[in-house]
Design a protein around this ligand. Structure first.
Ligand SMILES: [Zn+2]
Ligand SMILES: [Zn+2]
Ligand SMILES: [Zn+2]
Length: 300
């Protein structure tokens, strides 16, 4: 069992490495190809692949760092390292897209000639090589491997679009198609950047993760046992989009023995664990206790 896992880990790292090198290679070749054919759409594909390479490479580095154990100085551990990759990749893609858009707009106004035959040959190679890479990485089972193979598939589609575009340029001598395609590809990239940044921003704001509804959690916790009169001052946040934390006050009704409190806390935590909230801190309050959290009196 242990060996099987080891082999899988090994394959998974191999696949990630292959994906990284392929993307870097594509990106450089596309930059050269884009330059030689004078095509902005191939250039924008180069930026897209550069972003993918960054994303794959950084997620590999930061994943490992984020798994380091907590210590006296970093009591949460290093989980948020995994966000850093998304942040850096987003900046790379953002700058790349701005560069492409900045260069494409003048070409829409006055289209420049492109070497469409070169583009067609390039795109055919792109479809074949990227198609093979997508096939190769599609065997991965882990979440990040699936993401990588999806990216590869996306790249194949990108190449098909460039191929069709360059055939149209050849047939109709419509050079404006090239900058239009590159704008569309840039908008597509920016849409992804927006999604990633929004996710990072929500974690930064310690927003309640989207899979939870506070009302539902309140209901579930109070349903654990009739002695639970109220749950309030709830905080739910996620460290990295996967590890969820929660603190809350639990008000108990009537006289409850130590044994019962211990049992109660255990069942509340089990209920929350089932919802995928694992790091739970509960403050137990009693009927005659006055709860005044001065620092947090606006809390729910
Ligand atoms: Zn703890
Ligand atoms: Zn309270
Ligand atoms: Zn608070």
């Amino acid at each position: 069992m242990k060996d099987k896992k080891h082999i899988h880990e090994h394959n998974s790292i191999e696949n990630i490495k292959i994906a990284f090198y392929l993307n870097i290679m594509f990106s450089i070749l596309e930059a050269i190809g884009g330059f030689l054919t004078n095509s902005m759409s191939i250039m924008s594909d180069a930026i897209h692949d550069l972003g993918d390479a960054f994303s794959v490479g950084l997620s590999y580095i930061f994943e490992r760092k984020s798994k380091k154990n907590p210590n006296d100085k970093y009591t949460y551990g290093y989980l948020r390292y995994s966000l850093l990759g998304a942040l850096i990749t987003s900046v790379v893609l953002l700058l790349g897209s701005i560069f492409i858009i900045y260069n494409s707009i003048p070409r829409i106004i006055t289209p420049e000639e492109v070497n469409y035959d070169g583009m067609i040959i390039f795109a055919i190679f792109g479809v074949i090589i990227n198609g093979y890479a997508a096939y190769r990485t599609s065997k991965g089972v882990k979440a990040n491997e699936k993401v990588i193979s999806l990216h590869m598939l996306e790249d194949v589609l990108g190449w098909i679009v460039v191929l069709i575009g360059s055939i149209c340029i050849k047939l109709f001598e419509l050079y404006i198609i090239d900058p239009i395609l590159s704008l569309l590809i840039s908008i597509y990239i920016l849409f992804h950047v927006y999604k990633h940044l929004k996710n990072v921003f929500n974690i930064f704001m310690e927003k309640v993760p989207s899979e939870f509804r506070l009302e539902e959690i309140k209901e579930k916790v109070t349903a654990v046992n009739p002695v639970i009169k109220d749950i309030h001052h709830i905080h739910i946040w996620t460290m990295d989009g996967e590890n969820n934390y929660m603190t809350a006050h639990i008000l108990l009704n009537g006289i409850v023995s130590e044994k019962e409190v211990i049992k109660l806390k255990k069942s509340i935590k089990e209920t929350l664990n089932d919802l995928n909230i694992f790091h739970v801190t509960l403050e137990i309050e009693y009927k005659n206790e006055v709860c005044n959290d001065k620092n947090c009196d606006k809390a729910i």
